[in-house]
Design a protein around this ligand. Structure first.
Ligand SMILES: NC(=O)c1ccc[n+]([C@@H]2O[C@H](COP(=O)([O-])OP(=O)(O)OC[C@H]3O[C@@H](n4cnc5c(N)ncnc54)[C@H](OP(=O)(O)O)[C@@H]3O)[C@@H](O)[C@H]2O)c1
Length: 335
């Protein structure tokens, strides 16, 4: 077995993330301890939240300087000291930005049988399930309603809007740049898409949501959330999925008019974590698989080759380089 290439966070970023915050190291392939399995990473998820983990503890522990960068990956079991896992099985878990990891077997989840394996991180993985639960179980959406989605070309947003269309909503996306907006409209089937980098948001929302917004699926927080709140309909719902505009070192901003606007428009604003809905994952898997198999959902995947490109990939994701679910191919699929 070769050595274990690892990417270490060497400095806590205090501003936009740079490649110099990371270092590549070549260590030994670890030996699994009692109850552990040695796994080989195949596909590593790249998530906007990776950057938030560097700032401190969130829904998980912080990444600190000197740590192997944390990350979720689809892996193959190579060696196991647990009766629950066998060599050759596919598992997923927090394997980090490295080729090999020794992890407790109970921290690894057996993968469902989806091919290609990239689906385990896109439509059938965290992205698809976050979109599904955040839209259908947090805000709800009815046929004929207006749904606004930010980071609409990203992994979660691209699926949220397509589920909204399946449910009969009028869907307006928000994304950065004219080309991305055209892709969201023409390839993903949204009714409209606002380029937040060139449009004046208040004017654009009045133009594209003339009767107001029933549901806002918020991936970004900040100024876009503020504009959406002003344009919500009476009785509207806001699904707070994340705040990517705040992750990469920008000054934290909070919307004004809260709770006043929530009161006078009778709005419901609710944060959620994917894990809140674990008991309904079977519904999500059934519906997402039906919709993708029938071609009702376009699956957008953005795969970068090579673990050494993970820092550049995450920096690019935060800058809006990706279309759909970005991931890193660390190693080949099992033969
Ligand atoms: N609640 C949960 O359980 C859960 C689970 C998974 C993900 N999430 C959240 O889902 C959101 C999307 O994450 P993801 O990992 O799937 O990333 P993603 O949407 O695939 O990529 C992030 C996108 O954010 C956009 N962006 C970056 N800076 C922005 C800014 N200042 N204003 C507006 N848009 C900006 C970029 O697109 P543009 O070119 O359009 O700017 C970029 O492509 C994040 O908020 C994340 O925390 C939540």
């Amino acid at each position: 077995m070769s050595d274990n290439t690892q990417i270490i966070l060497v400095e806590r970023p205090n501003g936009p993330l740079k490649e110099s915050h990371f270092e590549i190291r070549h260590g030994e392939v670890p030996k699994p301890g009692p109850g552990e399995a040695l796994v080989r990473s195949i596909l590593l998820s790249q998530d906007a939240a990776n950057r938030a983990w560097m700032a401190g503890a969130t829904y998980k522990s912080a990444v600190n300087p000197g740590d192997v960068m944390h990350g979720y990956a689809v892996c193959e079991v190579i060696e196991s000291n647990s009766p629950d896992l066998q060599p050759g099985q596919l598992v997923q878990g927090q394997a980090g930005w490295q080729q090999y990891a020794a992890l407790p077997a109970n921290a690894l989840q057996r993968c469902a049988d989806h091919r290609p394996l990239t689906r385990l991180l896109s439509i059938m993985g965290i992205a698809g399930k976050t979109a599904y639960h955040g839209l259908l179980n947090v805000s709800g959406i009815e046929a004929g309603e207006t749904l606004l989605v930010s980071a609409a070309a990203g992994s979660v947003g691209s699926i949220v809007g397509q589920i909204g269309k399946i449910k009969g909503a009028r869907v307006v996306g928000i994304a950065g740049g004219a080309a991305k907006c055209a892709w969201v409209r023409d390839e993903l089937g949204f009714d409209a898409c606002i380029d937040y980098k060139s449009a004046e948001m208040a004017t654009a929302l009045t133009e594209h949501c003339p009767d107001g917004i029933d549901v806002y699926f918020d991936n970004v927080g900040g100024d876009i959330l503020q504009s959406a709140i002003f344009n919500m309909k009476y009785g509207g719902r806001i699904s707070c999925c994340g705040a990517v505009s705040q992750y990469d070192g920008g000054p934290p901003t909070s919307p004004i008019g809260i709770p006043g606007l929530l009161v006078i428009k009778s709005l419901r604003m609710q944060g959620f974590l994917l894990m809140d809905f674990m008991d309904r994952d079977a519904d999500a898997e059934r519906d997402l698989s039906t919709w993708s198999d029938s071609g009702q959902i376009v699956i957008a995947e953005d795969v970068i080759e090579g673990l050494e490109n993970a820092p550049r990939g995450l920096i690019g994701l935060l800058a809006g380089e990706n279309r759909g679910k970005r991931m890193i191919r660390v190693g080949p699929d099992p033969s």
